[in-house]
Design a protein around this ligand. Structure first.
Ligand code: HPA
Ligand code: ZN
Length: 343
């Protein structure tokens, strides 16, 4: 079976995607001009040239700077709609999107402006392209927990639009336990908890995310492999990991994709998924992530099918939706197989 054709055709859910990380250089410059924002780049080539990172913090500095062009509700709409159009072409039928309200409210852009633009685009895309979605609001872990509470209070006014809460930004030195109180309140208010852990931080941060924040998924999770008992626990509890191969490569979490722990995760029986994280910054959307990791780890068609099915098993959708997605995957797989046989 032509594996790239399978990757393109197979229905996929994306579960680890920062909407601000989909800001392509062309849109960054166009929005800067539209909103009169000064950027330190004169053209697209200069923006791309700046995308050389040695670690997570190098990336975050550019990521927060790039966000400064997002000001009006229509900017957030355009950003979100462009992402959805792109992944619709790649076979994504469901997406769970992170957004970082504190990256905007600190610049005087209101929570409602951000949420209004994103959620209207999601609604439009569901009508036009049939893509379903959930929104996950992240707390920035380099800021104090009190400020996370401010975001939570805003989200409580929009429970129909915000499904979950997450934790992102600089990991080292900011363990999940610092956010126990705000996550407890978020869970009490009905938000589903997830957190970035083990991207750069140690396995202990993954344990804290599970124990102190009671997360239902771990975002990244790579360094959990330093603790075999923790992996066993995540297998037993079926806690999904949302992995992002090209992100890990570009931020030097792995020296090469051949050394990426995704195959180990599959072999261990973890509910592991493939995602793009910040596709504009890391050189690939979800299909490119599947293709790159398939090649590097010599994944087989059966692995791709498992990864695609995992993406729906790990999604925050009901069992009927999960089953329908798994059935759609089986149908596409048999169509791809018979097309190839008839060639
Ligand atoms: N890690 C942590 N925080 C982030 C990331 C990431 O990869 N992308 C956007 N915020
Ligand atoms: Zn992320």
């Amino acid at each position: 079976m032509n594996i790239d054709a399978l990757i393109d055709a197979i229905p996929k859910a994306e579960l680890h995607l920062h909407i601000e990380g989909t800001l392509e250089p062309e849109m960054m410059l166009a929005l800067a001009a539209r909103n009169g924002v000064e950027l330190p780049y004169k053209d697209v080539a200069e923006v791309r040239l700046a995308y050389e990172f040695d670690c997570l913090q190098d990336f975050l500095d550019l990521y927060y700077n790039g966000m400064s062009v997002l000001i009006e509700e229509r900017d957030f709409y355009d950003l979100t709609y462009a992402y959805l159009e792109k992944v619709h072409e790649q076979g994504v039928t469901h997406t769970e999107i992170f957004f970082d309200p504190q990256g905007h409210t600190c610049r005087g852009v209101s929570f409602e402006t951000v949420l209004g633009g994103i959620s209207t685009a999601l609604e439009t895309a569901e009508k036009e392209m049939g893509i379903t979605s959930k929104l996950i609001m992240c707390f920035l872990r380099h800021l104090p927990e009190d400020e996370a509470f401010d975001s939570l209070h805003c989200a409580c006014k929009h429970k129909s639009l915000v499904h979950g809460v997450g934790l992102d930004s600089s990991e080292k030195g900011y363990p999940p336990g610092l956010f126990s109180r705000v996550f407890a309140e978020a869970r009490k208010q009905g938000f589903i908890p997830v957190a970035h852990a083990g991207e750069e931080g140690p396995a202990e941060y993954v344990e804290q995310a599970l124990d102190d924040l009671q997360v239902q998924r771990v975002d990244h999770g790579n360094r959990a492999f330093e603790n075999p008992a923790l992996i066993k626990r995540m297998v037993n509890e079926r806690t999904p990991m949302t992995m992002c191969p090209l992100s890990n490569l570009r931020l030097k979490g792995v020296a090469s994709l051949e050394l990426h722990p995704l195959k180990k995760a599959l072999q261990a029986g973890l509910v592991v998924t493939v995602n793009s994280d910040d596709p504009s910054y890391f050189g690939g959307y979800v299909a490119e992530n599947y293709k790159a990791i398939q090649q590097a780890l010599n994944l087989q068609a059966g692995d791709i099918i498992t990864l695609a099915k995992n993406s729906f098993s790990a999604a925050f959708i009901d069992d009927k939706h999960k089953q329908a997605a798994h059935d759609a995957i089986d149908k596409v797989v048999s169509e791809v197989k018979s097309k190839l046989k008839s060639k």
